[in-house]
Design a protein around this ligand. Structure first.
Ligand code: ZN
Length: 249
């Protein structure tokens, strides 16, 4: 949860990919995204409002995921239901205007999936429907009942499965170097997928929300390249996207 830095991630990503291709072509090692399967999940990845490493995009380099990156708030300016099967939020925006809220709500209520990553827990903190029903948690920017959100960078964590679930397919206890969050508001109705015992963190670090019209997952992990290049983290996010799309049961 660093300072807000507005960046146009899509442009940066396209430019970075172009530059990598240009510079690598002379070395006969051109970077290319993996070819996508015909049934790949269409993921709409939303960035903005928070800086992030370019390694973030490697999480979606999977033949079962066809990702398009589109920053907020413009992404919510129109109907997004036809553009994607799953919305992946890696942005941070405390509030959204009424028109954009309607487009986001229409997507969620249509039964399509949502995967909320890391600092996107700071989204829509003035919209109870969003954080109570859809996500099942929120960042506390100001104290509520004596609690306020805190974070710590560069923690070596042990992450443990808390239940059996398709999202945890192939995932056992694993280590990760990441940022921790403490004192989030977490709905008592969530189903906790993963936990940690680290004292700088809340116990739950991934959960299924109580929302019933669509599949919604929150994953607290994912601050920087240390997480984004971690094979267990990549698998977790990819599984979450497949599950949210209704393709992993
Ligand atoms: Zn972070």
């Amino acid at each position: 949860m660093k300072k807000l830095i507005a960046i146009t991630s899509l442009i940066a990503f396209v430019a970075a990919a172009f530059l990598i291709q240009q510079s690598a072509s002379s070395q006969n090692s051109v970077w290319k995204a993996k070819p996508k399967r015909a049934d790949a999940v269409r993921a709409l990845v939303v960035t903005g409002g928070h800086d992030h490493d370019s390694e973030f995009y490697s999480v979606f380099d999977d033949d079962g995921i066809n990702a398009v990156v589109d920053p907020h708030p413009a992404v919510f300016g129109g109907d997004i239901r036809k553009r994607a099967d799953v919305l992946v939020l890696y942005d941070m925006m405390k509030t959204l205007d009424e028109k954009r809220r309607k487009n986001l709500q229409a997507f969620v209520e249509s039964g399509k999936g949502v995967v909320v990553l890391h600092h996107a827990i700071g989204n829509n903190v003035d919209w109870p429907w969003w954080y109570e029903e859809v996500v099942g948690g929120r960042w506390l920017f100001e104290p509520v009942n004596g609690k306020v959100g805190s974070y710590k960078h560069d923690v070596d964590l042990t992450i443990k499965p808390a239940m059996q679930h398709p999202i945890l397919k192939g995932i056992t206890t694993f280590g990760i170097h990441d940022e921790t969050y403490k004192d989030l508001w977490i709905s008592p109705k969530v189903k906790v997928l993963l936990t940690t015992d680290d004292k700088t963190s809340d116990g739950p670090v991934a959960w299924i929300s109580p929302y019933e019209k669509s599949r919604v997952v929150y994953i607290q992990l994912g601050h920087d390249r240390n997480a984004n290049l971690n094979p267990n983290y990549q698998r977790l996010v990819r599984n979450a996207i497949q599950w949210a799309a209704g393709k992993l049961n």
